[in-house]
Design a protein around this ligand. Structure first.
Ligand SMILES: [Fe+2]
Length: 379
């Protein structure tokens, strides 16, 4: 089966993010650095922990800590203005998917003067060259943004639109599960479920390929076994490191093989209801897998069943109950009603979900009616 794998990001699975960050920055040469993060990370002490490494060699380091959750084009413009004032030789993104995606956007806008992010989203402009080198340092084990070539930013109308381009691959990703030790259990569970959904959608998707199957299945095996440990014992370093590694593997699978219906529904859901991306995916997953179960090719099922730890006689229709059980085990809600939804926005969500590119990669074709049925089942 012909397929291409392209992930030019230097991926460092690290035991000491500070030391690796100092070495990678030194390798990029002199010049100021802008660190892009959010207020939570800045307040958590993580930023202060890494500042000595950032400042090694008397380097000038500025910090932009105003990235909101679910960032929009205005957030990108604000970060870009801060970056232009610094003229950075390199960017460091510290945080979850939001700071990393904003930093990716800033990285390429810095080398394309006059370009606005909304121009790229609308297809009115195209990237012509590499961005300012970006080092991504994820502090959650979930989004996989550190190894992907997409930046998802909400447009002015609230629609979360991904821009995809090879220039958006970070130059370096430093994956150190030790940075997640203070992540609270609920966020650990929600971000970990995001990674699980990346792996399962990449494995089941139409663009699945044998190389990314290796990453997706290994990620699933690790997440199913280690996420409950990381939730129950937040300071368990071994579980944190296993989750950080698995999230990067799942991110590579997502980036190279694509996503599916769960993420297509979650984009509008999290935008309209200001839900955490991982939590939205988690709560949607049982109904999405119940919908997809009958379309899973027979030859694809045994490896997935095994990775999830299901018994040898389990059929794909067991996926719904398995997922609900797993969500309960890690303390997450299992229904949209638990998140305050009443179904009144489902028409809007379904109409927007079919505009999401990743829906075309889903193992079972889904139009607006199918999206409505899955949302109703998830309620
Ligand atoms: Fe995701």
């Amino acid at each position: 089966m012909a397929h291409t794998v392209y992930c030019p990001t230097k991926l460092i699975f690290s035991d000491d993010a500070g030391a690796d960050l100092a070495r990678e920055l030194a390798g990029l040469g002199p010049g100021p650095v802008l660190t892009i993060t959010d207020a939570g990370i800045a307040a958590s002490g993580l930023l202060n922990r890494l500042l000595p490494a950032l400042r090694a060699g008397e380097r000038r380091v500025e910090v932009f800590a105003d990235v909101p959750s679910n960032p929009d084009v205005a957030a990108v413009a604000a970060a870009l203005a801060a970056a232009q004032a610094v003229g950075p030789a390199a960017l460091v993104a510290l945080g979850g998917g939001s700071p990393i995606d904003v930093a990716k956007s800033v990285s390429v806008l810095l080398t394309h003067p006059g370009m606005r992010w909304e121009d790229l989203q609308a297809g009115r402009a195209a990237l012509q060259r590499a961005g300012v080198p970006l080092i991504a340092v994820p502090t959650t084990a979930g989004t996989g943004s550190e190894v992907s070539h997409v930046a998802v930013i909400a447009a002015a109308d609230g629609f979360k639109r991904g821009v995809v381009h090879a220039a958006l691959f970070p130059a370096v990703a430093i994956v150190d599960g030790g940075l997640a030790l203070s992540l609270p259990p609920r966020l650990t569970a929600a971000t970990g479920m995001d990674a699980l959904v990346h792996a399962v959608e990449a494995y089941l998707g139409r663009r699945a390929n044998p190389t990314m199957d290796l990453f997706a299945l290994a990620a699933l095996r690790a997440i199913v076994r280690r996420l409950p440990v990381a939730v129950a014992e937040p300071t368990n370093l071994e579980a944190r490191r296993a989750m950080a590694q698995a999230a990067a593997w799942a991110g590579m699978a997502m980036d190279q093989a694509g996503l599916g219906l769960c993420h297509a529904l979650c984009g509008p859901l999290s935008a309209h209801h200001e839900l955490h991306h991982g939590l939205g995916n988690a709560v949607l997953l049982p109904a999405v897998l119940a919908f997809n179960a009958r379309a899973i090719p027979a030859e694809r099922w045994p490896a997935l069943r095994h990775a999830l730890g299901l018994p040898s006689d389990a059929a794909p229709d067991a996926l719904h109950d398995w997922t609900v059980g797993f969500l309960r085990r890690i303390g997450l809600p299992t229904a949209l009603r638990d998140l305050g939804l009443d179904g009144s926005t489902f028409d809007v969500l379904a109409a927007e979900a079919v505009r999401m590119a990743m829906i075309g990669n889903n193992v079972r074709p889904a139009g607006e009616a199918e999206c409505l049925a899955v949302l109703a089942a998830a309620l």
